[in-house]
Write a protein that binds this ligand. Structure first.
Ligand code: SAM
Length: 204
């Protein structure tokens, strides 16, 4: 997966590549893991949700430019795969998932893998995680019509946020960073994610 999908498409950060070599993706997929886990496509994880295509997960991770002291907020735990990747690269990861069934399954997989720096919560991630804020980096792994305001408030000065921004039918992967309390943005590429559902996103 790393040699055939990530490196040829330009993922080059050695720490990011190391994390993708290390985390065993098949452990996070319960439906047809032997057939689908390392494929070049998103995979169903139940509840109508998906684990993202490996390249998109790697691209988002690389743009976040994580370092070992970072505190990271992830919205959309899903299977927990991206959470594990983040935990390999940052100090602490705070991950929120709205589906209880997915959150509990991810927690079980992550615990079995022995991560001590992952903190999970079931709820509406568009509200962020106020008690643990501010965060150095934020990743939203579902399509958002706009950046939820609480997340901008909970991002540190010089902090970065990455998300698929746009319509339900198709989005632009967007990197935002906070400078002098203002947000600046860079558009990266087109993408298609499942929708972010919550108070500061698409309604239920
Ligand atoms: N990164 C995940 C992985 O590696 O498996 C895949 C995430 S999946 C593309 C998007 C996830 O966002 C879904 O599990 C969905 O239930 C979740 N989600 C959508 N709206 C949410 C919200 N307001 N708060 C928390 N999670 C949300």
């Amino acid at each position: 997966m790393v040699d055939e999908q990530l490196i040829p498409r330009g993922i080059h950060n050695q720490r990011v590549l190391g994390a993708f070599y290390k985390v065993e993706r098949h452990k996070f997929i319960s439906i047809n893991p032997e057939k689908d886990a390392y494929g070049d496509f998103p995979v169903s994880i139940g509840e109508g949700q998906t684990i993202s295509q490996p390249y998109i997960a790697a691209l988002m991770t690389e743009y976040l430019d994580l370092n070992q002291n970072d505190s990271v907020l992830e919205i959309g735990t899903g299977s927990g795969y991206q959470t594990a990747i983040l935990a390999e690269l940052a100090k602490d990861v705070y991950s929120v998932e709205r589906y209880k069934k997915l959150a509990l399954a991810a927690e079980k997989t992550l615990n079995k893998s022995g991560y001590m720096n992952i903190h999970t919560k079931i709820g509406d991630g568009t509200l962020g995680w106020q008690e643990e804020a501010p965060f150095d980096k934020i990743i939203i792994t579902a399509a958002a019509p706009y950046i939820p305001l609480p997340l901008i408030d909970q991002l540190k000065e010089n902090g970065k946020i990455i998300l698929p921004l746009g319509e339900n039918s198709g989005q632009t992967l967007t990197l935002g960073w906070k400078i002098n309390n203002n947000m600046e943005y860079k558009q990266i590429c087109g993408c298609v994610f499942v929708p972010l559902i919550g108070k500061f996103a698409y309604p239920k």
